[in-house]
Design a protein. Structure first.
Length: 335
């Protein structure tokens, strides 16, 4: 088994320190909402089986599907009722496998790329203060549930991405982006910092098409001592980038390569990385410290275990619209 032998020497399978924690390897299972979470635990068996099967692979860090801070006017109890059982069960499962459990936190409202999104410039100051405090309360609560880390979802056009993107946040008050101060996010991070202890705080950064904006946001996160930056697409999405040595990668990855050259924070690259060979190439020749795979884990629950004998193994065929978004049991690659 040539490939199995080769894996032992791969950077991908070497340990890495993120914040105060050591991950057994550099593979991240990307956050993906599959089955819906609710307080009745309607999909409990399906969800836990989904994670359990994938945790049988050697994964350094698992980032959970997004869970959501309560909407405006909704009490914090809703958060506890809906998610405590899930976080506890996932955390326990991760611990059994030596995989770090990171919970992704977002706000449940349509993305900039979906119909009916709310322009963040139109929120009142009181509404933003309520949301900011809810983020803080949710993070503090998650920390008491003993997870290994929390990832703030600031990508894919969702609320936090809109708050931190020049294209969408046109506010003139303290929550605007004057002098690129990112006050909303800054105050959240500063408020939870004393409670973090050895837990990781990561940020999923939605890269825009503007390299300078991406570098500034990354440098801000570095100043805020965030433990790692997980790059993906933001507002507007990165467009075609010339980067000859990496021509075969997606533009989001190329923008991640360019942006990460300006910071020292460990970065996670994601989006269409597809195979272990392509991941290893990025780890060896760019500043990526970790590689996240999403749909390969959906198309084959045993993705990494199978890829150990074929480093070019590519289970996902990148359908135009991934079935897991609307009928998770009908992935076209399902055997
Ligand atoms: C069904 C599905 C659900 C997703 N849900 C989330 C999510 O909750 N949070 C997030 O940051 N990204 C989410 N993503 C994006 C993935 O984390 C990942 O960035 C994307 O699939 C690209 O990586 P890949 O080419 O390895 O699949 C989702 C993707 C899919 C296919
Ligand atoms: S439905 Fe298509 S895009 Fe989604 S995981 Fe399956 S093969 Fe990949």
């Amino acid at each position: 088994m040539e490939s199995l032998q080769a894996c032992e020497d791969m950077k991908l399978f070497s340990p890495v320190k993120i914040g105060k924690q050591v991950l057994k390897n550099r593979i991240v299972m990307a956050p993906m909402v599959t089955y819906h979470l609710d307080h009745k635990q309607s999909n409990k068996d399906k969800i836990m089986q989904y994670y359990q099967e994938r945790l049988e692979n050697p994964i350094g860090m698992l980032v959970s599907q997004s869970i959501f801070v309560p909407k405006l006017g909704v009490a914090m109890e809703k958060f506890e009722d809906t998610y405590h059982w899930f976080v506890e069960a996932l955390n326990e499962n991760c611990k059994k496998h030596g995989t770090k459990c990171v919970i992704q936190l977002s706000y449940d409202s349509p993305s900039y790329y979906e119909d009916g999104f709310v322009d963040v410039t139109n929120y009142s100051q009181e509404e933003l203060l309520e949301l900011k405090n809810k983020y803080i309360d949710c993070i503090k609560l998650l920390l008491t549930w003993d997870v290994d880390g929390i990832e703030l979802h600031g990508a894919h056009g969702y609320f936090m991405n809109m708050m931190n993107a020049i294209e969408t946040n046109k506010r003139k008050d303290q929550f605007g982006l004057g002098k690129m101060s990112y006050t909303f996010l800054k105050e959240i991070i500063e408020s939870v910092r004393p409670f973090l202890g050895d837990k990781m705080l990561t940020y999923r950064l939605g890269l825009s098409n503007d390299e300078v904006e991406n570098i500034k946001m990354s440098q801000f996160l570095q100043e805020m001592k965030i433990d790692s930056i997980h790059y993906s697409y933001g507002i507007p999405k990165p467009k075609h980038i010339e980067l000859n040595a990496f021509a075969e990668y997606f533009d989001v990855v190329k923008m991640s390569i360019r942006t990460s050259e300006h910071i020292k924070v460990p970065t996670i690259f994601s989006n269409e990385i597809r195979t272990l060979n392509r991941a290893e190439n990025l780890l060896k020749h760019t500043k990526a410290e970790l590689i996240a795979f999403g749909r390969p884990f959906l198309a084959d629950a045993n993705f990494i275990n199978h890829a150990l004998t074929d480093l070019n193994y590519k289970p996902c065929i990148s359908c135009k619209k991934c079935r897991w978004f609307y009928e998770p049991d009908n992935c076209v690659q399902k055997k």
